[in-house]
Design a protein. Structure first.
Length: 294
């Protein structure tokens, strides 16, 4: 991890659904064989969670990796909706990791999911679709959400920093209605909290007919992706000597953020120049709210 040696935050995803797409393959790199790719799970007509997969055939000790055998089964036996239709597709339970990162091209905050553990539901086991998360974070701000015009939406954004295996990354969660009110009154920037909620990865497809003078009307298909982590519960704020978990220390978080900034600046200096700035940035301010200076 970073030189600040922060404890890696708990960040988990729990998904039950139907395999929508399967893109797995065996590759050999630097003399090592592994299975890599992704498995996408459908939890509703519009909600899909994509899990990245990457598992080596051998352990670091050179012995057979039991997880690899499990992913071989997934690759060879699991059936996706794309392959056989929804009625025959494999129903699964997945426990995985949630990994926030910042898109290098757009600068936007992104959340990815990864897992090497998939379990088929038994024939007599009822499927109860869900896509849920639990994440620990150091709260850096609690502010009203703004739309692209700078108008408040009525939702509250909890911004935070999450220590990961590779350093530290920013992440945003969203609270709605009564939960938003409870979050706004119950927590403050600078606290460490574990939040729970629902993963929303909606794929919304809109079909518009375009009139033509001759022949059948043309159809224009536009796809919008709406990705949110919606809070529906939270722990007490961590407090040394009171809660079992130790809170993150603000000074250490700030040092880790500076380390991250230094790495990004080094990477930017090495990158090719001439990249155009993104002109679709959202307003960053808020009419009211509470934020730390980092």
């Amino acid at each position: 991890m970073a030189e600040t040696n922060l404890r890696q935050a708990n960040a988990k995803a729990f998904v039950h659904g139907v395999v929508s797409e399967k893109d797995l393959k065996v590759v050999t790199e630097e003399g090592k064989t592994k299975i890599t790719g992704s498995l996408t799970v459908k939890t509703s007509d519009v909600n899909f969670v994509k899990f990245n997969v990457n598992v080596n055939e051998k352990t670091n000790a050179g012995t057979a990796n039991k997880t690899y055998a499990g992913i071989q089964t997934v690759m060879n036996e699991y059936k996706s909706i794309a392959e056989v239709g929804e009625d025959e597709a494999t129903r699964v339970k997945v426990g995985g990791d949630l990994s926030p990162f910042t898109d290098k091209k757009t600068g936007e905050k992104v959340v990815a999911y990864r897992s090497n553990f998939f379990n088929r539901l038994k024939a007599d086991e009822e499927l109860e679709p869900k896509a849920e998360f639990s994440v620990e974070l150091f709260i850096s701000g609690i502010n009203p959400e703004l739309d692209t015009e700078g108008v408040e939406t009525g939702r509250t954004v909890v911004s935070g920093w999450m220590p990961t295996y590779n350093g530290i990354e920013p992440i945003d969660l969203v609270a709605e209605d009564e939960v938003a009110q409870a979050v706004d009154s119950g927590y403050e920037p600078g606290q460490t909290v574990e939040f729970y909620g629902d993963i929303i990865n909606n794929r919304i497809e809109t079909v518009t007919e375009i009139p033509v003078k001759i022949g059948k009307p043309r159809k224009k298909v536009s796809v919008e992706f709406k990705n949110d982590l919606i809070i529906n519960g939270a722990s007490e704020a961590y407090e040394e000597g009171i809660t079992p978990e130790l809170p993150y220390v603000a000074e250490t978080i700030e040092a880790a953020i500076q380390e991250r900034k230094n790495k990004l600046e080094e990477a930017k200096a090495k990158a090719q120049s001439g990249t155009k700035a993104n002109g679709n940035t959202k307003p960053s301010g808020a009419a009211h709210g509470r934020s730390l200076g980092f």
